[in-house]
Design a protein around this ligand. Structure first.
Ligand SMILES: [Zn+2]
Length: 369
């Protein structure tokens, strides 16, 4: 076991920047102490001078897709100590990357539920068995995911006005959510249009991921989400890249990225929990591929541009992300927490771009190589 101490460092503990200067000691088994800096010499195997630096919980990307150790290394290098896969087939590709010493910790949905003829099963690599044919088929789909030990259930909600029968119906979405809750799993739904958001809200999903480009989430819709305790993973970098790829503007009255940004503003005003997710991916059939790892830092910036304070954006990438997925052992810098840590130069609560000034990354106390 190795003991590491970072001395004279600012600490963002997952909720806020702590007042003063701290010495933080940790091992592979967790954070041992967070104490005000003293003149006393500290006995530790490794001592790192944190002067001018900020220590944060390792960042959590709650919406990624990946399929190789190299991908996982990219996440780690950019300060992401936990990544939540939202659909990779076969799931075994992700499962064999769990519990890798010194690399980001992994959770996975396995295959997402989609409708007959969906892109996921026709253009993507997902098995036809991941199509949910109707409400009666929902328990079978969820049982399949439980059998492959999925950590949560992912549902693709499409706009029926745009794709017709390919879209899962409202009753089928509600049945999948019900089946997920019966086995104690959360339902996370892809929704990138206002119609899809309405379907997800009505079905009582736990989390909606993406935000619409066709029109904004209104304050009324955000209020409905708050009543239903529905949380959000906006993936602004994905929406911005997609808007640009298909030639939509950034402003005006019509479809465009401004609707995505305005949606985040409305959801934040309604007090919804918002977690950072990027949709980083290597998929062949999507319009945009946010860079694995680096896009986390783009997303933080876009959340600040949408009106979150830097502190709120940092919570979204740490304590809020952990809370949304029941990852109680991480997302904070305090005694007893998992030693998932990110040391950066500067103060990201004053200037969010400082998260890019990466000095050190540790996953479960092991430094990233
Ligand atoms: Zn995705």
């Amino acid at each position: 076991m190795t003991t590491t101490t970072i001395t004279t460092v600012r600490v963002f503990d997952g909720a806020a920047m702590l007042e003063g200067s701290f010495d933080v000691t940790f091992t592979e088994q967790g954070i041992r102490a967070v104490t005000a800096t003293t003149e006393e010499p500290i006995g530790s195997d490794t001592i790192i001078d944190g002067t001018g630096k900020t220590l944060l919980p390792g960042l959590i990307d709650t919406h990624v897709h990946f399929d190789s150790y190299a991908d996982l290394g990219e996440f780690t290098r950019w300060g992401l100590t936990t990544v939540l896969d939202m659909g990779t087939h076969p799931k075994s590709l992700v499962d064999r990357m769990r519990d890798q010493t010194g690399l980001s910790d992994v959770r996975s949905s396995g295959s997402p539920a989609s409708g007959p003829g969906s892109n996921q099963t026709t253009k993507g690599s997902f098995a036809l068995s991941t199509v949910v044919s109707g409400p009666d088929d929902a328990p079978r789909f969820v049982a399949d995911r439980v059998a492959e030990e999925s950590d949560y259930i992912k549902i693709i909600i499409e706009d029926p006005a745009r794709v017709g029968d390919v879209a899962l119906g409202g009753d089928t979405i509600a049945a999948i959510v019900q089946a997920a809750h019966t086995v104690g799993l959360q339902a996370i739904a892809h929704a990138s249009s206002t119609a899809a958001f309405h379907l997800g809200i009505d079905a009582g999903v736990d989390i909606l991921t993406h935000v619409p480009l066709n029109g904004p989430i209104t304050s009324e819709m955000a209020a409905s989400m708050a009543v239903g305790n529905i949380r959000a993973i906006p993936t602004l970098i994905m929406m911005k890249g997609t808007a640009s790829a298909v030639g939509l503007p950034d402003s005006g009255d019509g479809p465009g990225y401004h609707n995505a940004s305005a949606s985040v503003t409305a959801m934040a005003a309604a007090g919804l929990m918002i977690a950072v997710g990027t949709d980083a991916n290597n998929a062949p059939f999507v319009p945009f591929r946010p860079a694995l790892g680096e896009s986390m830092h783009d997303e933080l910036q876009l959340l600040v541009d949408a009106g979150l304070s830097p502190t709120e954006a940092l919570r979204s990438a740490t304590s809020t992300a952990a809370a949304l997925f029941g990852l109680d052992d991480r997302g904070s810098v305090r005694e007893g927490s998992r030693a998932d840590l990110l040391l950066v130069t500067g103060d990201p609560t004053a200037d969010i771009t400082a998260t890019r000034n990466i000095d050190h990354v540790w996953t479960a106390g092991i430094p990233a190589s």
